[in-house]
Design a protein around this ligand. Structure first.
Ligand code: PLP
Length: 356
């Protein structure tokens, strides 16, 4: 039996979108492939509020995260972490011999503009990475406020991990001064895993040109230059199946309306938060809660494994905690194409199972 997924990726995919994955193949060096990939990039520019270039990568989001920090750090990267995924970016820098320092806060807290300012005022760094929506702690960082600070540092390349938030919450990439905004298909976008997406600004391009060892498969500059020369075709064979599905899903997103989509996510988030406050407690700092998932402190010390087993029999799945709060918390994702009624149905079932 299919379980409705309330986990932070992979998410449920609409059957008609899933069917597009079975579209017959075409040559990846054809005019049709160029047109498909150009069309996707245009729609993604709208979704991410950017006029800059879009890069597509046949990998999960981690590929472009690694590519970004390697391709665009010349001097030293400042990695800001508010949970597990921020720390992972630091490991990516280290394992690629990219000089980097890690700036962590206590889990449940955000990265503040003051912290970013303090770190960048040392003049040691020419790239920063920020997690927009930390999927371990359920914190969404204040990127509009951070944008104000970043205006003081025009030479710093700004990378944003929006893997679990893009397409589920409004991110005005150009307005907030992000140079590389990264996401992947299996979270708020509502597609199967396997494709990653990023924006790539002129500042990032100029920086990458100065970096000598950018790697090969995730060399962002190479991807950029190739699609300019070859009319949106990529250096290696891309997952065309994902392209067919993404092209169609982006139409559905535009049909729903971006603001409607973002508001639907807020409605689902508020409903889950109210339920969590009433029955458990919210893990992260209230002012910075994510619109796409809620991390809940397990104050009742329930067995999340048992709960999930019983939910499974009823056709639902939620998520345990992640990283160092794995046993202290559990998570309910409310992203992509779920509707408020489905969230209500899930919570009613949890109430019933736990006798709440
Ligand atoms: C899921 C996730 C990632 C990793 O993305 P993949 O597509 O699995 O590589 C990175 N950052 C955040 C915040 C995530 O939620």
């Amino acid at each position: 039996m299919h379980k409705k997924l309330f986990i932070p990726g992979p998410v449920d995919v609409k059957p008609e979108v899933l069917e597009k994955m079975a579209t017959p193949m075409m040559g990846h060096r054809t005019k049709d492939a160029s047109a498909l990939q150009r069309r996707i990039s245009d729609k993604l520019r709208t979704l991410l509020y950017t006029n800059e270039e879009i890069l597509l990568s046949t990998s999960s989001g981690s590929g472009l995260m690694e590519g970004a920090v390697r391709s665009c750090t010349l001097k030293r990267a400042a990695v800001f972490a508010v949970g597990a995924f921020g720390k992972r970016w630091f490991e990516m820098a280290q394992s690629n011999n990219v000089p980097a320092d890690l700036f962590e806060v206590e889990w449940g807290q955000p990265t503040t503009p003051q912290q970013v300012d303090e770190v960048l005022s040392t003049g040691k760094y020419d790239l920063i990475t920020i997690t927009h929506n930390e999927t371990s702690t359920g914190i969404m960082n204040p990127v509009e406020e951070i944008a104000e600070v970043m205006k003081k540092y025009p030479d710093v390349v700004y990378c944003l991990d929006a893997v679990s938030s893009a397409a589920g919450t409004k991110i005005e990439v150009d307005k907030i001064g992000v140079d590389i905004c990264i996401t992947s298909t299996q979270k708020s976008l509502g597609l199967p895993p396997g494709l990653a997406i990023c924006t790539f600004s002129k500042k990032a391009i100029e920086r990458a040109k100065q970096v000598p060892n950018r790697g090969f498969y995730f060399d962002l500059l190479k991807l950029y230059e190739y699609i300019q020369k070859k009319d949106y075709q990529y250096p290696s064979t891309p997952s065309l199946s994902h392209m067919f599905a993404l092209d169609y899903q982006l139409d559905l997103i535009m049909e729903e309306g971006m603001d409607n989509r973002f508001n639907r996510h807020i409605e689902m988030a508020e409903y889950v938060r109210d339920w969590a406050r009433k029955n458990f407690a919210i893990f992260g700092k209230e002012k910075y809660l994510s619109n796409t998932l809620t991390t809940i402190t397990n104050t009742k010390d329930i067995s999340v494994a048992d709960l999930n087993k019983k939910l499974g029999e009823r056709g639902f799945q939620i998520s345990n905690g992640y990283g160092k709060v794995k046993d202290k918390t559990f998570r309910i994702a409310h992203m992509a194409d779920h509707k408020l009624d489905e969230v209500k149905e899930l919570l009613t079932n949890i109430d019933d199972i736990l006798g709440l």
